[in-house]
Design a protein around this ligand. Sequence first.
Ligand code: ZN
Length: 384
Amino acid sequence: MRILAGRVADARGVRERVVVHIEAGRITALETWNAHTRPQPNDIEAEEALLVPGFIDIHIHGGAGHYIMEGTEEALQAVAVHLARHGVTGFLSTTITAPWEEQRQALTIAAKALHSPENGTTGARVLGCHLEGPYINPKKKGAQPEAAIRPPSITELEREAGEHLSAIKVVTLAPEMPGALDLIRYLVQHDIITSIGHTDATYADMTLAINAGARHVTHCFNAMRPLESREPGVVGATMSHPELMAELIWDNHHVHPASCHALISAKGCDKVILISDGIPGTSMPEGYSFSLGDLPVVVKAGTARLPDGTLAGSLLTLDTAFQNASVFSLAERASMSSRNAALSLGLGNSKGLIAPGFDADLVLLQSNGTVSQTFVAGHSVYNI
Ligand SMILES: [Zn+2]
């Protein structure tokens, strides 16, 4: 199969008129699309479109009325299909703070998909799990249910995750809670990323966490100690420490666009990952309601909120985040929407670039930013 694209952009730059050859799920060659290019029967011609690496969402709880915490194959499948419609080709199935039996169920379903040959979904592929909690700080719980928050514990995590520990790629935790630093060191040993989030950590706490091996920051600016003159907090530590990769919800509701700009200017485009933090209300009509744990959430004016007005996850999808960040170049946005996540997850040799040898995880975007077609391992999984 070949895709003939008007423009191709990845983290390395932009090329005009490119023929992308795909065989057995991988990109095999790139060549210039010129007058000598002869049409072939299976060609996908997209002269007006932009081809970018499939988006990778490392923080996503649900969408289109479905929720990872339902803990069923059907829900995971529905979320995977929803994501593919928005150009996502890989994601971390993300739990929220909940009783362990519920988190374990969601983890089990995601681990099964991760290890099955065809990935168990017909949309975006499960690349692993992200546990958002339960080891967070109640003071910065945001929309995470407080009753299920737990003190950090290696033995508990080992017991509850059991054989599925290796499916966990990211754990969001608050490093200032007693026992958290030991847990961070344990996660490092098991090749699991610690993402600092839902946290009241001071700059000093952050330094200890980084020294212990923490490398990500969960939805930077949201549910964390802010940057102040004499106390840089979590945000100041994120901006000033190049070891840290920052998640960012660029939906223009959670973070002011100027703050998004400030973060990216401080860290560089290779140290920020656009996430959705999407919840079941995404792509659902105004007034749609559902519950996060015991907490009722309503979709209202482009946001999802608890009755007290607290933002409860987002209605963002990464195609929109890619558009919202358009003050940055295509290459910079391709870094933040795909390449950085691939590198963080240890998939830097197979995902996040449009280059020979890489997985054919690709998305065609129209000039207005709408996704027209999504490919996972060379298969069309969504076509407008
Ligand atoms: Zn979340």
